[in-house]
Write a protein that binds this ligand. Structure first.
Ligand code: PLP
Length: 437
């Protein structure tokens, strides 16, 4: 692997890489937005396509020598389209989920326009209207929330807000919401007020791809995702449309006067609008990951992700943990720690000491600051990739319970670390790479 070349060329960076490999192997990766790619994905990402400039799109580049990068970009697009209901439009160039989202804003709405999205403290993402983010700075956001009674998205509130504020776009999707979405109901609301409907499926894309969650493609005007979470690809973003359509803004092609498709507008918002040269090595890795999604084993993986999340969730609830919405339909859960008398930050730190990697997270109607939070977000995608099943996830619930009960107790931490080491040894991560260090 390329890591061997690194050892001689740059021992300091090699050392950090080696330590990261050991960390990933020895700790329990419970961060809901992370996953472990295949070696093939990493090999593509570490390959020669990193050297290539390819501004433009396949068959229409600003540079020569693009014949092979065109092959991988076309493969990535074709495979992504196949995964997502034969989507008519795919753009695999966004460097990240945030840039995919930015292109959607720049294409579908104008600065100052009103947008309705999920309240960030109820699970929404920074790019869904956070005041420090470009989205919150440039657009006029109103937020629907989850219901206090059952922790599920309040469709009635979304409808009322849509009718009151007449948004130009409605966004759905979240970073910390454990329930599925009713895309058809949101489309009805959007149609009633003449808004575009955009789904950001960054977290759930892999489960949707496998048919394990509702599919937004037929209901939303546009869909964005990251490629590195449940899709298990390299870090990056992607934009899709089930059906491409003529833009309603009167944008025409300069010479012919033809009305431009929304896909053309999205393409031009990615480049030249936001980005320059695409990351062709990452796009090659996206193609590899999408090829893996199309293999039958991916359905088994996605099913197991859900089963594992459910097993963990139920085991934690049995131990008195309060899970927002009292369960999960997907790969993650949000624990409200207030009855455990510990805040999210302290819980994250204590679990980290026991080799369980998680992230603190605000819960709806949080009484703590975003720096402390009252919650913990847990996810199953990464450890499911390692081969963990329900039995291991039930053990994880025991360990989390033990640590949260006595967060300062080094004796308990030591015991938990020992038990985790026994289990992780049975599921080695990247054994081929571990051999080389
Ligand atoms: N959208 C959602 C719902 C996310 O959860 C995330 C990342 O966590 C993003 C967008 C942004 O992705 P990236 O970190 O690649 O910019």
């Amino acid at each position: 692997m390329s890591i061997d070349f690194l050892k001689n060329a740059d021992p300091a960076v090699w050392e950090a890489n080696k330590n990261e490999l050991v960390r990933q192997n020895e700790k329990l990766e419970m961060i809901a937005s992370e996953n472990f790619t295949s070696l093939a994905v990493m090999a593509a990402q570490g390959g020669v396509m990193t050297n290539k400039y390819a501004e433009g799109y396949p068959g229409n580049r600003y540079y020569g020598g693009c014949e092979y990068v065109d092959v991988v970009e076309n493969l990535a697009r074709e495979r992504a389209a196949k995964i997502f209901s034969n989507a008519e439009y795919v753009n695999v160039q966004p460097h990240s989920g945030s840039q995919a989202n930015m292109a959607v804003y720049f294409t579908f709405v104008k600065p100052g326009d009103t947008i309705l999205g999920l309240d960030l403290s109820h699970g929404g993402h920074l790019t869904h209207g956070n005041k420090m983010n470009f989205s919150g700075r440039m657009y006029n956001f109103f937020a629907y929330q989850t219901r206090k009674e059952d922790g599920r998205v309040d469709l009635d509130q979304a409808k009322d807000l849509a009718q009151k504020h007449k948004p130009k776009m409605i966004s759905i999707g979240a970073s910390a919401y454990s329930r599925d979405w009713d895309y058809a109901a949101f489309r009805k609301i959007a149609d009633e007020v003449g808004a575009f409907l955009w789904a950001d499926i960054a977290h759930t894309a892999g489960l949707i791809a496998a048919g394990e969650l509702n599919n937004p493609m037929a209901h939303c005007h546009v869909v964005t995702t990251t490629t590195h979470k449940t899709l298990r690809g390299p870090r990056g973003g992607m934009i899709l449309m089930g059906k491409d359509f003529e833009n309603p803004f009167g944008v025409t092609a300069p010479k012919s006067g033809r009305v431009r498709k929304m896909g053309e507008l999205l393409d031009s918002q990615i480049i030249p609008g936001i980005q320059g040269g695409p990351l062709m090595h990452v796009i090659a890795a996206k193609a590899v990951a999408f090829g893996e999604v199309l293999k039958p084993g991916f359905k088994d993986y996605a099913q197991q992700v859900k089963l594992n999340a459910k097993a963990l969730c139920e085991a934690l609830m049995t131990r008195g943990f309060q899970v927002v919405s009292s369960g999960t339909d997907n790969h993650l859960m949000l624990i409200d720690l207030r009855n455990k008398k510990i805040n999210g930050k302290a819980a994250q730190l204590a679990l980290d000491e026991a080799n369980i990697t998680t992230n603190k997270n605000s819960v709806p109607w949080d009484t703590e600051s975003p720096l402390l939070t009252s919650g913990l977000r847990l996810g199953s995608p990464a450890l499911t990739t390692r081969g963990f099943k329900e039995a291991e996830f039930k053990l994880i619930a025991n360990w989390i319970d033990a640590i949260i009960k006595a967060p300062e107790d080094e004796g308990i931490r030591k015991k938990v670390r020992g038990e985790i080491a026994e289990v992780t040894r049975k599921f080695p991560l990247y054994p081929e790479l571990l051999k080389g260090i």
